[in-house]
Design a protein around this ligand. Structure first.
Ligand code: NAD
Length: 275
């Protein structure tokens, strides 16, 4: 396929474009993921809390696609930070897999005070081969500092998965991460459909200029920013549309105009609000 890979700080490769399944119903997940596999997606982002790991697993099993061609991410939910080993094992069973490619702490949940010990457990599970790469979601620099500060050689997260779209770019977090070799995964890359992203002037204009849809322009912008993305849709046509972004390039001017849309427009929860 024409989807570029990004090399993570542990040497593993991740397809820069994948498919997210947040809010895909448990009883629709097998159909949705099967159609996404057929469309050409090989990287899937799920989580224990999405409640659809079984459906994702069934789609993988029935696809006949070799395991090593797939990149599967799941996440440790907040109430299991003290039982990360068991939580990972249970996710693997629901997915029907021997390992996942990426396992992420879903939220820091600072008040619990458990994320650093959970992180150590993820490191042990990586040593044991149950997960190839480990990372975090929704971590701010203050949380990452706590993972990176212990003596010796700290285990640096491979990725930090954060809310990121043109009007909310979290530049302090991305600069912190990139300067330490932590890749950025942008969740809600299309703003979760919660504001009128597609009518923003520079996005609409670039779409017109390239004969692409505004969604394709936004995804292309993420790719050119260097973000890893996995837009979610349950519609076959949109699965194909969201994949079809590697035959054009935003000009520097178009790219910078979209980059300039930043206005702190967070559409989902802030890490300090999630216990
Ligand atoms: P998204 O930005 O991908 O938006 C999804 C919505 O965009 C769809 O429901 C649909 O309405 C619309 N859409 C998709 N393709 C479109 C197209 N071609 N044209 C027009 N509209 C289109 O939001 P998301 O699903 O929240 O984020 C992507 C993935 O990120 C999730 O599925 C999940 O895997 C992950 N995620 C992680 C966290 C976290 O805390 N780690 C939080 C939210 C999401």
């Amino acid at each position: 396929s024409n989807i570029p890979n990004i090399k993570l700080n542990d040497g593993n490769l991740i397809p820069q474009l994948g498919f997210g399944v947040f809010k895909v119903d448990a009883d629709d997940a097998e159909r949705v993921v099967s159609e996404a596999l057929e469309a050409g997606y090989r990287h899937f982002d799920t989580a224990k809390i999405y409640g659809n790991e079984e459906g994702v697993g069934r789609a993988i099993a029935s696809s006949g696609i070799a395991r090593e061609e797939l990149f599967i991410t799941t996440k440790l939910w907040n109430d299991e930070q003290k039982n990360a080993k068991e939580a990972l094992q249970a996710s693997l069973e629901r997915l029907g897999l021997d390992y996942v490619d990426l396992y992420l702490i879903h939220w820091p949940c600072e008040k619990q005070g458990a994320y650093t010990s959970a992180w150590e457990e993820l490191g042990r599970q990586r040593e044991a081969g149950l997960v190839k790469s480990v990372g975090v979601c929704n971590f701010l620099p203050k949380h990452l500092d706590n993972l990176l500060s212990p003596g010796g050689e700290p285990l640096v997260p491979a990725v930090n998965q954060i809310e990121l779209h043109p009007t909310y770019q979290q530049r302090e977090v991305t600069e912190y991460c990139r300067s330490r070799g932590i890749e950025i995964e942008a969740w809600g890359p299309l703003g979760q459909g919660k504001y009128d992203l597609f009518n923003e002037e520079p996005i609409a204009q670039a779409a017109k200029a390239h004969g692409k849809t505004p969604a394709q322009v936004v995804l292309r912008w993420h790719i050119q920013e260097g973000n890893i993305v996995f837009p979610k849709t349950t519609h076959k046509e949109r699965m194909a549309e969201n994949l079809d972004i590697f035959d054009f390039e935003l000009t520097d001017e178009e790219f910078l105009k979209i980059h300039a849309l930043e206005r702190g427009n967070r559409v989902a929860a802030h890490p300090d609000e999630i216990d």
